[in-house]
Design a binder for this molecule. Structure first.
Ligand SMILES: [Zn+2]
Length: 311
């Protein structure tokens, strides 16, 4: 007669990117499994999904069973789980993502969410705060909002990068003018520095110019930090988070960037309503992946351990 024993819950986080995918599996009492693979050449969604499927089969064979899966997705999907748009991998437009997840993870509870939202969730839990806004500054500006320990608004992603900070500003990738990321993203900052300097400016040039106090570098960075501070202050007025966490590769790579956002936000506060304290992100490029694992963990709410049948 089969006996029942308790086994650790296997949690899998998947961080889907435009060129590569990161996997992290966790279970109590077992070493974590980490693996990153690149999408196959050719941008064929069927080949992409076959590659992901093969990775999951290998993970199950070498690491163990997976009970819950959280997926960090940069793509915009509709209510049925079909990809509406994904600039990072345009060939996925029209893909039935929900159906693909059911095929690849037939026996696991599976959910996906915006990668910026999940980065916010991971940073909030790492910082030990239930009320957090997170701004990730890189190629764009991503991020999310966590209130009472949960992602909000939940029914859609929190698009902090498309908050309008200057209606007369420069054009955003989305087509509108004045979005936060049209001012404060890495490429936007480098463009502004290049215009002021009169030539192309690389990230290393900007970093060196900032270190040496060159006006073209200092002013470009200050404008980005001011836009981020405006967003932090406005989010503070609406949501009163305990902290605003600022990260992303561009912010992490420039000494003094995050403190400058904090100082500027503090100065922009009004009497009786201090700006949220600004803190540097802690998880770096792994925030979305860790958030995906958190999403998987949140799917398994009944207990830390579940029963499996043993023959
Ligand atoms: Zn925009």
């Amino acid at each position: 007669m089969p006996t029942t024993r308790a086994a650790p819950v296997g949690l899998l986080g998947v961080d889907v990117g435009g060129t590569k995918v990161a996997l992290r599996a966790e279970a109590t009492g077992r070493p974590a499994y980490e693996r990153t693979f690149r999408w196959p050449a050719g941008a064929d969604p069927a080949a992409d999904l076959a590659a992901l499927d093969a990775e999951v089969v290998a993970l199950r064979a070498t690491w163990g069973p997976v009970h819950a899966v959280g997926i960090a997705m940069p793509a915009t999907t509709d209510a049925t789980g079909t990809v509406l748009t994904w600039p990072g991998r345009p060939s996925w437009t029209g893909l039935d993502l929900a159906g693909a997840c059911r095929r690849i993870f037939p026996d696991s509870r599976t959910a996906y969410a915006d990668d910026g939202d999940l980065a916010a969730l991971a940073e909030a839990r790492h910082a030990g705060h239930d009320d957090v806004v997170y701004l990730g500054v890189g190629t764009g500006v991503g991020g999310g909002v966590v209130l009472d320990g949960r992602l909000v608004p939940g029914r859609v992603s929190a698009e902090v990068g498309h908050m309008v900070v200057d209606l007369d500003g420069t054009r955003c990738d989305c087509g509108r003018t004045g979005c936060l990321q049209s001012v404060a993203s890495g490429p936007a900052t480098l463009r502004r520095a290049g215009l002021a300097r009169g030539g192309e400016v690389s990230f290393d040039d900007l970093r060196a110019g900032l270190h040496d106090g060159r006006p073209w570098a200092v002013e470009a960075v200050h404008a980005s930090c001011a836009a981020l501070a405006a967003a932090v202050v406005s989010l503070g007025e609406l949501l009163a988070p305990a902290v605003a966490i600022v990260g992303g590769g561009f912010a992490d790579g420039l000494p003094g960037f995050v403190p400058l956002v904090g100082r500027t936000a503090r100065l922009a506060a009004r009497p009786g309503r201090p700006a949220p304290a600004v803190r540097a992100a802690a998880l770096g490029g792994l925030s979305s992946l860790h958030g995906a694992v958190q999403l998987a963990r949140d799917l398994v709410t009944t207990s830390e351990r579940i029963a499996v049948e043993e023959i």
